[in-house]
Design a protein around this ligand. Structure first.
Ligand code: PRP
Length: 209
């Protein structure tokens, strides 16, 4: 049997992904071992886990060096790529929201509005859909800072519990899109290793249903 390679997003999604694999009966002890290794085997199933940053999951799967990936819908929406999005895994749930300083009226002005985001493509697409002309500024770090220092009228960012917004005097006024972890598959792998990929997806679906 061909050994599958799955790129898994490091950080919050890794923990949930390993919990899912363990519910499926996979032995993740080598992945959980505290090492600096980046490619780690599932000991009792023909699959290796490749630990990657979110955007790199898309790159590895698009290029076919990994057959599958686990990545947030936020990253997929921002970067796109050439792969099949096969399953909503149901964890890593949060949303993209438009947030503004408490009490401010984002729509109550004819002046040009500025929105800061780590996700400029998602933000531009959202306002284009509304037919609104908005300037979008890309921020790399804590985007909540942008309206606080006067750079923007609002932000589009990931909201999970809402604590970060609240503690920085910001109010979410619109949901841009729901977000959760997705299973993606390389288009060629889907043909070449269909039996193995379907076996894995059957096992995932049996647990997440
Ligand atoms: C995200 C997001 C917010 C925070 C929201 O950042 O950018 O800052 O989580 O979560 P909350 O609604 O539960 O407060 P993350 O912690 O993922 O780090 P990042 O800035 O590296 O993306």
């Amino acid at each position: 049997m061909n050994r599958l390679k799955i790129a898994v997003t490091k950080g919050r999604l890794l923990e949930d992904s390993l919990d899912l694999f363990e519910q499926m009966g996979f032995d993740c002890s080598e992945v959980r071992a505290d090492t600096r290794k980046l490619i780690l085997p599932i000991s009792n199933y023909p699959m290796d886990v490749v630990l990657s940053k979110a955007a790199d999951v898309l790159t590895y799967v698009s290029h076919g060096v990994c057959d599958l990936g686990i990545v947030g819908k936020d990253t997929i929406m921002e970067h796109g790529g050439s792969f099949y999005e096969m399953l909503d895994l149901g964890f890593g749930k949060c949303r993209f929201a438009l947030a503004v300083p408490d009490g401010s009226d984002f729509y109550g002005t004819y002046q040009n509005r500025v929105v800061a985001s780590k996700y400029p493509n998602v933000t531009k697409a959202y306002f284009a859909e509304k037919g609104m002309d908005v300037s979008v500024i890309k921020i790399e770090g804590s985007v909540e800072l942008a309206p606080l220092v006067g750079l923007s009228n609002g932000i589009v960012d990931i909201v999970q519990t809402g604590t970060t917004l609240k503690e920085n005097g910001l109010t979410p006024i619109e949901t841009v899109a729901p977000v959760s972890a997705r299973l993606i598959v390389n288009t060629a792998s889907m043909k070449l290793h269909q039996a193995e990929i379907f076996d894995l997806m059957d096992r995932i679906e049996a647990v997440i249903k």
